[in-house]
Design a protein around this ligand. Structure first.
Ligand SMILES: [Zn+2]
Length: 404
């Protein structure tokens, strides 16, 4: 049996696809990422218990049983196990005048474990933080990296992790890294031109060096996970997050699962040409890529030329509107194809808020069918510069505990 399968697609791939797509839970559940096989019922049930407590907050064992559909005996058993591991704590008795024995409330002990989050997406600094299980940042370290490329940049990541490890005060659940570029599911950075990384097995290398679980993913993918877990996302699990920085990229969450694409490049919209009227020369050699209209350094330079006058009708305002319009052209087809309900922009508010986002909204509205896509929400993220750090924590929580 095993022999005859040699050289063919292993069956696990298909099973994990089903487990992601057909899981019956609803709400803000992040589908476990290929780790849970159907026979791993206990692991799945553990994740359900943790998920309901992460999402709803403190509850009694009976509430958890109702919320998960598990029996009280199963819940009680799992709670005992999770308390022994330190993940859950009893927080006291429920206040109230109901007759009978008052219920004891349980909650996630958010201080029981810590996570190291790393953000490599900024060209000037590598950011790092120690976070708790609730995604709150407890300590920060940043390392100036201007000019660090290749092995030197990898060494800088290790130095940053070393200094964060010294600040960790609880058992470490793992290390999450948001990297620019194309990153596969095994955490290999296939290509990150700015860091001159090609085929760098960052996840495996860091995991071996530090002896703890490490998850490496694309920075926009980390960001969309943060928005889903900690932002104002509607919770439907269909969400696109567009990051505007030195480049333009996006992360897509569909049905609560990250979309990777056939070459792990889903969401790489920065080098899609928007319009048929040419445009400026892009770093990739093409004219009129979305980045040439929207990337922060390009916009800043154009606004500087226009003497920063961004009042309505002024030259600066026209530049911002045009950038927003080009983003709207790029997004309209995606919204139409995927029937998205929510698109979130993350980047410098000074550029994105106001005329730019209004023009994007207006362009999408004019280019999609009102009856189908009129309900689209387009807004700015409120997570600011910490979005990738917090997303890196979600990646670790998701991979270790099966929850978002
Ligand atoms: Zn380009």
């Amino acid at each position: 049996m095993t022999q005859s399968r040699a050289g063919t697609e292993p069956p696990r791939t298909r099973v994990s696809f089903l487990s992601q797509r057909s899981a019956g839970a609803s709400g803000r559940v992040l589908r476990p990422s290929a780790k849970l096989l159907p026979e791993d019922a206990r692991g799945h049930n553990r994740a359900l218990v943790l998920q309901t407590l992460f999402t709803v907050g403190q509850q009694s064992r009976a509430d958890v049983a109702r919320g998960t559909g598990l029996t009280r005996v199963t819940v009680s058993d799992l709670v005992t196990e999770l308390m022994a591991e330190g993940l859950l704590v009893e927080t006291g008795q429920r206040e109230g005048a109901r007759p009978g024995k008052p219920a004891i409330l349980l909650d996630i002990d958010r201080s029981s474990f810590q996570i190291i989050g790393i953000d490599l997406s900024d060209s000037a600094v590598f950011r790092g933080a120690v976070l708790d299980l609730g995604g709150s940042i407890q300590r920060r370290v940043q390392l100036p990296v201007t000019g660090s490329i290749g092995q030197a940049a990898i060494d800088q990541v290790a130095i940053l992790i070393e200094s964060l490890l010294a600040l960790v005060t609880a058992p470490l659940l793992g290390i999450g890294v948001g990297s620019p570029g194309i990153v596969d599911r095994a955490g290999v950075v296939i290509s990150a031109p700015n860091l001159e990384w090609t085929g760098v097995p960052l996840q495996a290398a860091l995991s071996e060096q530090f002896g703890v679980p490490v998850v490496v993913a694309n920075d926009a993918n980390a960001a969309v996970l943060a928005e889903h877990s900690f932002g104002d996302a509607s919770g439907e699990g269909d969400l696109m997050l567009v990051r505007v920085g030195r480049g333009v990229g996006a992360g897509l969450l569909l049905g609560g699962a990250l979309l990777y694409g056939s070459r792990f490049a889903a969401g790489e919209i920065g080098h899609v040409v928007v319009g048929t009227d040419g445009g400026e020369l892009c770093s990739c050699g093409t004219h009129g890529c979305l980045e040439t209209w929207l990337a922060a350094p390009r916009l800043e330079a154009k606004l500087a030329d226009a003497a920063l006058d961004t009042t309505p009708g002024a030259a600066g305002d026209t530049i911002l509107r045009e950038a927003g319009r080009r983003l709207g052209i790029a997004l309209a087809t995606i919204v139409g194809a995927l029937d998205l309900s929510e698109v979130v922009l993350s980047g410098p508010e000074r550029l994105l808020d106001g005329s730019l986002v209004e023009a994007t909204r207006e362009t999408i509205r004019r280019r999609t069918m009102e009856r189908l896509h009129g309900g689209l929400t387009l807004r700015l993220s409120t997570l600011g510069d910490d979005i990738v750090l917090r997303g890196a924590a979600v990646m670790v929580i998701s991979s270790r505990l099966g929850v978002s």
